[in-house]
Write a protein that binds this ligand. Sequence first.
Ligand code: ADP
Length: 793
Amino acid sequence: MEPAGLGTGAEGIQPAGTETGTGTEGKQPARMGTETMEPAGLGTGTEGTELTGTEGIQPAGMGTEGIGQAGMGAEAAEPAGLEPAGLRTAGTGTEGIESAGKGTEGIELAGLELAGLGIAEMEPAGLEPAEMEPAREAEEPPGSPALPAEAPQGGPPAAALSGEGALPGRERERERGRRGAGAPGSAGRAARGRARRAPGRRSGTESARRPGVTVDSSKAKTSLEALKISLRQLRWKEFPFGRRLPCDIYWHGVSFHDSNIFSGQVNKFPGMTETVRKITLSRAMRTMRDLFPLEYNFYPRSWILPEELPLFVAEVRTMKDSNPSWKPTFIVKPDGGCQGDGIYLIKDPSDIRLTGSIQSRPAVVQEYICKPLLVDKLKFDIRLYVLLKSLEPLEIYIAKDGLSRFCTEPYQEPTLKNLHQVFMHLTNYSLNIHSGNFIHSASANTGSKRTFSSILCRLSSRGADVKKLWSDIISLVIKTIIALTPELKVYYQSDIPAGKPGPTCFQILGFDILLMKDLKPVLLEVNANPSMRIEHEQELSPGVFENVPSPVDEKVKVAVIRDTLRLVDPQKKKRKDTQCQSPEQAPGGSEEPPDAAPSPEAALPSLCLKQVFPKYARHFSYLRLVDRVAALFIRFLGVKGTTKLGPTGFRTFIRNCKLSNSNFSMAAVDILYIDITRRWNSMGIDHKESGSPGMCLQAFVEAFFCLAQKKYKALPLHKQVLSLLELCECRLAALHGKRLVWGCGLAQPRGALRAAGTAPGPGPARPHGPPVLRLQKSSHQLRALMCRDRTGS
Ligand code: ADP
């Protein structure tokens, strides 16, 4: 058997996200702070930075043998044909790779000091004693002896809420074991028990007075168990088999299209799966990096295969020529793959497997981060949960805690000898669960899957600046979402055209982040369907498996789902609206009318999801240029429900924005359209309308950049694009204003323009409210731009 990740390229995209874990027991690190971190591989070492010393328990039996002994993890159930052999070595380059050179420098992280901008206001979960189970290591002074693995059985909110808080640690575990995750009623019983004890509970009559929020969970799939627990905690009404009448919320396990819905809210955006696929994400990140190189260097340099193979080869050759000490490693990841499926490492572009899979299955090849931060000598990554609550206006929340998934073999920097060792290089839970070294732990701070907060505590206790780390992570998340929103908006208008009844959307995303040894976060990927399973399979005796609860998963995931629901609660919105309309009903600004039943909110812990956008919008709004290009694209799409721009739409865009002139004829416009469109359509991108003709958003963005570069030659790209955007927006606003004026029978375009100019002034030239306001605002820029246009073009 071979781990799916390594080399087989086996098909079979799994909807569930991947989680990795590992683990050795959490032992007290010998080196206690980032200051004392040993730079990995400098000079001699092959190891990355370690946060633990030699005391870190070594997993017994370091080999890759023993797959299956640890039991099948829930998330690991999918890839078929797993084999313990590990990665097949693809590399044929030289031995003894030194990574002190450009191997990791290639990915330079901005190291934004956002703490100074207020971003670090968000307290990392790991540092909030009220809301987290403190990591025992963190309580120890640096250099203290290693501690037993058992974590303190504090009273984390999730445990308390599931009715287990009263049980002593061991008893609680036994109780969990008895319950079994497969028994859907058990968690509910616990939740009901808790509800009985919860302060501020409602009597039957009170409950009857407030109709519960209705949730259709019939399509929830693997997130069902966590959803059920969340709904019981909220005392909302679940419809596990669907409902004839509309529900307030629809919980889908896979995609927006899991069922046809025309009202309420659904937990998926149309097009999200396509938008976060490896290739699409890489393209979006590259576009943003072209515009803002410093801001977007948290994503490893990537090339798309097969189309960019020559570019990849040429760029690597150039970089090697300019820096002969650079001995890079690359990671090849099939598009649409997950759980490490088909991934392999190479040392040289010539090692890419051109036969078979690459041709039939496009992939991304990416710089491999050779010097990750290690804990207990092991590589790990972070799964952070991010709620995209709304696309327009953009609203983003980040969960204060996530998961850390560990490798199961001590890390060494990649060499030809170890390139194939999946348990050393890939952090996927679904792969490492097959290692004999995988450790299931009921504690959040030990084992192969831990909470991110436990890592933060550990880092903090060693003097690391975890606020800065959080600030960098928040920044990474916001920038990534900003890169994704243009494409999402195109899908959104296509599936839910304005004026057509449809649901509103929100979505929980899984961000996979790797920390470099200097604590800089690197984005690995975004999962549209992060696994929300809260149990894993355990092999009781050979061939006999049982679902057992995973306390770490439950703690993190139930909180994320429950608090997502609290944030999108339709009744909360209604209550707010009512208060706005009749403030006298809510004296003192209380959310509840005085006679209302106490809200279940009173019994719940504070939200684990923290808003980061629009909260920090002013730091990031300047990055939203492609969003504005997408708005132009959507405006000229013409036909409702389409995602591609036809030649007429493109011509209309050029005409209305007055971009054609003697230097750029309409014939040249057509050639530009045909050239770019043909190239994008030949790439075989997995797109909603891949087979159909027309210009997709990314092609339009390329054409727009092309026009901007032509028009504003001397400026840097982002200024070229911004100038053209402002010009287009102003000209369209002016055109819109004229149309409004003429449409109203006020045949005074000059008057309209005057109104659009400086002072609105009295008189008939003021047609409608909002459009004129827009003109007033933008005409200012219009004049400046007209001047610039004359000189710039
Ligand atoms: P999948 O969706 O198949 O899990 P990922 O992109 O998440 O693919 O990669 C799988 C694993 O490979 C990650 O969890 C991480 O451990 C490792 N990995 C991926 N990209 C890199 C990289 N650029 N540098 C170092 N490790 C990486």
